[in-house]
Design a protein around this ligand. Structure first.
Ligand code: PLP
Length: 410
């Protein structure tokens, strides 16, 4: 490990990688718990967990062992045959959620693609009532594939990629009247919403919003899809974000934390909605994925779920999230001109600034704290569910020092 090695790698990256990402000059070499170490040997306190992915932190022994054991046994067969780990993972997800059936894929975008295809085909083939429109919310984020970027309610992600997939009807988030108007024509196959808008800036809707959507979708015969890609698998202190509102969707999408860092996505549905992706006797396979639900990814996901359960990480995430949330609220009070709001739930938290957050995020990184930007002006915290009080105190102290610095510079 050396500074020269890191500089050489970054130089090489500049020549061989597509230039779609905008990255700081850091190459990560290894991780341990909530710490990351770069190739030059520098330590970082990781409050991003790979964008809400590494639920168990880095190099967790239970996850490492499950991956190693499965790698020695069977990595991949494709879905030409049943896969033991996939069947058992589906059983686990059905046990901890509203869902009866699960389709596995490899990412959040793919999970949402599956949900969209399910919704269209459910209406067209199962109900015999073609409905094409998807209702989505302003400020949402659902992925980067053509269909998911088309239903993402932030224009900047769609720029330069038209023509997009439609028809899509966008409504303001947390606005039941607008949702009612959008669903009234009864031409929507699905309404898709994040229980907390994450990439859009950590927006928690009013209590009753999700229940209101449930009622509207029931009334209009629309499938309700909760995109739990970021909020799922313990992030909010419960298994799924929808649990806080006491409602369940027809379809839920998962990815990110499900594999603890091993790529896996899932589209989970009620028995009725799942008919949207069921094959018909003599017909073609309606949807599929070569890698989806492969033995390695599913063994990893089962280890993640088992560890969250065995180690009581849901309650831990809720309690740690309260500590983090209180600390962020204190900072908002301490820097009234600079910070405007502290929000979130469990370990999905944000502090909204009165200016762009990129500079604060960069200064935190310079001081060894990794956080990320959400919605342009929000500093996002999405640490591993194992984060403890000492880590949170350290992160808050660094953020306070940065806010001091930024406030002085004004
Ligand atoms: N949905 C939500 C709510 C997300 O936050 C993200 C990614 O940030 C996605 C979908 C897309 O997931 P992926 O990047 O795995 O395709």
């Amino acid at each position: 490990m050396s500074t020269q090695r890191q500089a050489d790698l970054i130089d090489l990256a500049g020549r061989v990688l597509m230039q779609n990402y905008r990255q700081p000059p850091i190459v990560m070499a290894r991780g341990q718990g909530v710490e990351l170490f770069d190739v030059a040997g520098r330590r970082y306190l990781d409050m991003t967990a790979g964008i809400a992915v590494c639920a168990l932190g880095h190099a967790h022994p239970a996850l490492a062992e499950a991956i190693a054991q499965q790698a020695r046994t069977l990595v991949h067969t494709s879905n030409l045959y049943f896969i033991e780990q996939q069947i058992l993972l589906a059983e686990d997800l059905a046990r901890i959620s509203f869902a009866d059936r699960v389709f596995f894929c490899n990412s959040g975008a793919e999970a949402n693609e599956a949900a969209l295809k399910l919704a269209r085909r459910y209406h067209r083939v199962v109900r015999g009532e073609p409905r094409d429109v998807v209702v989505s919310t302003d400020g949402s984020f659902h992925g980067r594939s053509f269909a998911t970027v088309s239903i993402t309610g932030q224009g900047k992600y769609r720029e330069g990629f038209g023509p997009l997939v439609g028809p899509v009807r966008f409504v303001p988030f947390d606005d039941l009247d607008a949702a009612e108007r959008a669903l009234a024509p009864r031409d929507a196959c699905a309404m898709i919403v994040e229980p907390i808008q994450a990439e859009g800036g950590i927006h928690v809707p009013s209590s009753g919003y999700l229940a209101g959507l449930r009622e509207l979708c029931d009334r209009t015969g629309t499938l309700l899809v909760f995109d739990e890609v970021q909020t799922g698998i313990g992030r909010t202190g419960r298994w799924f974000g929808y649990e806080h509102d006491g409602v369940a969707p027809d379809v839920m999408t998962l990815a990110k934390a499900l594999g603890g860092g091993v790529p896996i996505g899932a589209c989970a549905a009620t028995e009725a909605a799942a008919q949207g992706l069921a094959f018909r006797e003599g017909g073609p396979v309606p949807h599929a994925s070569t890698f989806g639900g492969n033995p390695l990814a599913c063994a990893a996901a089962r280890a993640v779920l088992r560890t969250i359960e065995d180690d009581g990480l849901l309650a831990h995430a809720a309690a740690a999230g309260d500590v983090l949330g209180a600390g962020l609220a204190e900072l908002v009070a301490a820097y009234p001109g600079l910070c405007v709001d502290a929000r979130g739930r469990g370990l999905l938290r944000g502090i909204a600034l009165a200016r762009g957050a990129a500079d604060v995020v960069a200064r935190c990184r310079d001081r060894g704290l990794l956080v990320s930007v959400a919605g342009g002006t929000v500093v996002r915290f999405a640490p591993a569910l194992i984060v403890d009080r000492a880590h949170i105190d350290e992160a808050l102290a660094i953020l306070r020092a940065v806010l001091d610095e930024v406030a002085d510079a004004r």
